[in-house]
Design a protein around this ligand. Sequence first.
Ligand code: KIV
Ligand code: ZN
Length: 524
Amino acid sequence: MTENSKQAAAADKDRVLIFDTTLRDGEQCPGATMTFEEKMEVADFLDAMGVDIIEAGFPIASDGDFEAVSAVAERVKNATVAGLARAGDKDIDRAGAAVGKAVKPRIHTFISTSPVHMKYKLKKEPDEVLELISRSVTRARNLVDDVEWSAEDATRTEPEFLCRCVEAAIKAGAGTINIPDTVGYTVPEEYFALFTMLREQVPNADKAVFSAHCHDDLGLAVANSLAGVRAGVRQIECTINGIGERAGNAALEEIVMAIATRGDALPYATGVDSTLLSRASRLVSVVTNFPVQYNKAIVGRNAFAHESGIHQDGMLKHNQTYEIMTPESVGVSKTSLVMGKHSGRAAFRTKLTDLGYDLGDNQFEDAFTRFKALADRKKHVYDEDIEALVDEEIAHMHDRTKVVALTVIAGSVGPQTATLTLDVEGEHQTVQSTGNGPVDATFNAIKKLLPHNGTLELYQVHAVTQGTDAQAEVSVRLEDDAGRVVTGRGADTDTMVASARAYVAAVNKLMVKREKTTRVQAAV
Ligand code: KIV
Ligand code: ZN
């Protein structure tokens, strides 16, 4: 073996595959619906960023999911494209059909193995579950070469039974064995011991790649996943911004940067280009309308901000005093070219490129027009202003309904009145409404033009930058009577306009979500 090939072999051995499930588990997060076009945009970005596997959806769940998985399978160039399936024949065939056109297709099939799930959810005996594992993996292997099998609720499964299930899945041809902590219950030491036990005791364990899939109910998803890696796991399932069921999944950006930053304690590598993490986070936040908490590790707005005098002093002397990784390594640029009303197209385009945006001509023109309007109203236009503006442009690009004009009469003597014009699928419609305050009046006007049964669950405003001329970024969350939750976001220097945009965005999302046929919930 030459020195180079030895190095390559060592690098191979320590490579941890990144399985991104933003489009599947992430999209299951309450309020995080994505349209078809948004899913394509996220898939393209993940592929360019270097994730190894993209789980594009759950094809049996709805026609929309099937179409989205098929389209992702057709367009993705590098990554493996996975479709999720329960253990039933129809699920597996549908997943096989959806991923069929991928360069590297994978069927990911799962069944619950814990006593509580088998008894109450599946209403099946352990032997029946074992039988279904062999049958489902075999069926999937007849459709594609690459099959992943997951033991749902694995961390609450009897260890001896889990061994038998994993053995059956490997015997039937599963190349990847995923051991999910479905309810976010495990702790690092326990998860480490579970993988160690499986790898030691299951016959032919070395024929499969073991995978971690951790939920964050106790805030341990990343720590648990990394404990799995130390025990021999070589695939981590995660999502951008950690979105997912309930408290979410392990955050991809945290996994990638923990491995990149702590090579001494974690001697592994991923194929992800970390300089794209910041943009990936913004993209997913924008298309899901799901805000990223300010102090979120790696991608939160404060992740590289130093507020206290002692920290600022240290940073000025040497950045390693308080920074364990550079902002540039995750794609946060330090450029602070302030833009204003005299900035022209070229400067705006350069700024967009610096911020990591690549807009098509029409989108660029729309964004430039909005930038000019903003610069007329606001003395300094900061990077955050431009990001808020462009993100909104991208997020609302495919909306069927848009805010055209809004006039609100507010003040201490009510009732407050809103006159609103919406573009509803190309037709301008105007309405007037009153309410208990300007926000109520505005939302009542929207409801008159877009009747729906969603209840307002959250209305949140924050300033994008400092100063009284700052843009307001508004988040609105609606829940309908079927329990569907959606979030909309809008930004403008006028808080009422931002509120109207956010509310209309949420109603647009509700319509998209309703159009999807009801997800199949029943157990196999
Ligand atoms: O959390 C879980 O168990 C899952 C499986 C379907 C892999 O998402
Ligand atoms: Zn999950």
